[in-house]
Design a protein around this ligand. Structure first.
Ligand code: F6P
Length: 536
């Protein structure tokens, strides 16, 4: 047994689970007509109703005791203080410093990083203003009309999701494109419609070594130089966002066209850094800084509120309740807002790359479940696809429903219907309905949900919403005693791909792998040859 599952707080929760499992969320509502008042809260403009979970005052007292026992408050302080809490990479974790706009010093190795952050933001402002105002021109003197961000993982998902979410605030003069996949179809689709005279490429990579990004960037560069453009024109059409100035220079981008960030910003926490350059190009620097301010407001709430009233901590603890005491293996994100359609994909990386770990900070294998599978689709589409399983399937799937009170359009009836569906689903999931003569028509109910409400999806509320999830993930990682800030699990596949790439390039068949891998590689090589001969 691990220290965690052996701890008094954990065992008390297991006992409590056995007693509360005999009741239902519906009964808890019947017992207390004011229940929602007790189990809902607003912070940084985000209202969360977490009353539709199988929790009582006792549950929350036990869960917050678990958080305290696990050292959540101490680790929260350590993160904000710039301590090296990413121990396997020996780095601080300071995405919160990127949103520290009050100028309060945050020290890394004795140096205040806030002025560095401000300096990059000022450069971003000069550059994005110039592009948006048409002062930054392409090599033939035409204004930029298209921006292509080339990046993957954290260098894609955040900026792409935010640009989609803030479309109503976006420039009408700029079309944004995001190329991430090494599948050539991704970049080919963008390049076939692009005009080299008016296209700006943003090459985004923290390391500037990621195979997918560099290959796509080289393809874009070759395409660009294959037009009438000569080498010096690259300076007008290629900028980079990275921590690796040497690799950026080696690629052929002038370091003067590089926007810097730092190794204390994790890839999946980096949209707040210069990785947010496409966002700033699209919505303008004022809106980008408002996004930062929204996140900062949630940071202050997370840093200052006691755990009992701390929204990220409460969502984390309720998630732990489901994952570790009720066996929930996945968590649904259901945004009832079309503009948030990339949010589930973004949260997949945030949560699953952070907490998809099974070794503790002490190097021991865990004997409890850690990060769940995160998945989702916007409502109401999901209702007509997979919600059947939520209502009547055998798996327990807790869900976050996200609703905006004000729409971004004038179609009021649509918005009423949309939110009516959102509220109806959570009611149905909780209450169920009993059809004594038709078991196939019975709904057990008792399916837990949170409903997260924004007044309107705007830069400030989006920033706060994303920071809410970041800190939720942090708290869960602390309780599970894992490092939420490394991602060693992605390395093995990357290494093997390099070997196989080399083997595919050679003429002889391979035999060094297992028979399945050999077979697939050799089949691909043979089929490529047949195809090459037939097209000769
Ligand atoms: O392979 C995973 C990963 O390292 C992510 O953590 C990261 O966001 C992504 O690749 C892209 O990395 P980079 O920004 O260095 O190209």
């Amino acid at each position: 047994m691990s220290n965690l599952t052996h701890s008094s707080a954990w065992r008390a929760l297991a006992e409590h689970r056995d007693s509360i499992a005999r009741t239902s969320i519906r009964e808890l509502f019947a017992r207390n007509r004011e229940r929602v008042k007790r189990f809902s809260q607003e912070a940084a403009g985000v209202y969360v109703d977490y009353s539709r979970n199988l929790i009582t005052d006792d549950t929350l007292a036990l869960l917050t005791a678990l958080a305290r026992q696990a050292g959540v408050e101490e680790r929260r302080r350590a993160m904000f203080a710039g301590e090296r809490i990413n121990v396997t990479e020996d780095r601080p974790v300071l995405h919160v410093a990127l949103r520290e706009r009050a100028g309060t010093p945050i020290l890394v190795d004795g140096e205040d990083v806030v002025p560095k952050v401000s300096a990059v933001l000022a450069r971003m402002r000069r550059f994005t203003d110039a592009v948006r105002e048409g002062a930054w021109r392409g090599y033939t003197g035409r204004a930029i009309t298209d921006v292509v961000n080339i990046g993957i993982g954290g260098s894609d998902l955040g900026p792409r999701m935010v640009c989609e979410a803030l479309k109503p605030y976006g420039s009408k003069a700029l079309t944004m494109h995001f190329v991430s996949n090494v599948d050539g179809a991704d970049i080919a689709e963008v390049l076939q419609a692009a005009d080299p005279e008016t296209t700006l490429f943003v090459i985004s990579s923290k390391t500037f070594t990621t195979r997918e990004t560099l290959l796509n960037a080289h393809t874009a560069r070759a395409w660009f130089l294959g037009s009438d453009a000569a080498e010096p024109a690259i300076a007008k059409h290629f900028v980079a966002v990275s921590t690796n100035a040497d690799a950026v220079t080696a690629f052929g981008i002038d370091p003067g066209n590089m926007f810097e960030f730092w190794d204390w910003v994790g890839g999946r926490y980096s949209l707040w850094s210069a990785i947010g350059l496409p966002i700033a190009l699209y919505v303008g620097m004022d809106a980008f800084e408002t996004l930062l301010a929204g996140a900062h407001a949630m940071d202050r709430h997370f840093a200052e509120a006691p755990l009992e009233q701390n929204l990220p901590a409460l969502l984390a603890l309720i998630g732990i309740w489901h994952t570790n005491f009720f066996g929930a293996a996945s968590h649904l994100i259901a945004p009832y807002d079309r503009y948030l359609h990339r949010l589930p994909a973004y949260l997949q990386q945030l949560d699953m790359e952070s907490n998809g770990k099974s070794v503790t900070l002490c190097g021991e294998r865990v004997d409890y479940a850690t990060g769940p599978v995160i998945w989702g689709e916007p409502g109401t589409n999901g209702q007509h696809a997979f919600f059947q399983l939520l209502h009547q399937g055998s798996a327990l799937i807790p869900a976050d429903f996200i609703a905006c009170m004000q729409p971004q359009h004038a179609l009021d009836t649509h918005h009423k219907v949309l939110l009516a569906n959102c509220f109806a689903q959570t009611e149905a999931l909780m209450n169920g309905s009993h059809a004594p003569d038709a078991p196939h028509r019975s709904f057990d109910g008792n399916r837990p949900t949170n409903t997260i409400c924004l007044e309107k999806l705007d830069p400030a509320s989006l920033g706060a919403l994303l920071a809410l999830y970041e800190h939720k993930v942090f708290v869960q990682g602390v309780i599970w005693n894992i490092n939420s800030f490394d991602q060693w699990g992605v390395e093995l596949g990357k290494r093997l791909a390099v070997t196989i790439e080399d083997e595919i390039a050679r003429p002889e068949p391979v035999s060094a792998h297992d028979s399945s891998t050999n077979g697939l590689i050799n089949r691909f090589k043979a089929r490529r040859n047949v195809h090459a001969e037939s097209t000769d």
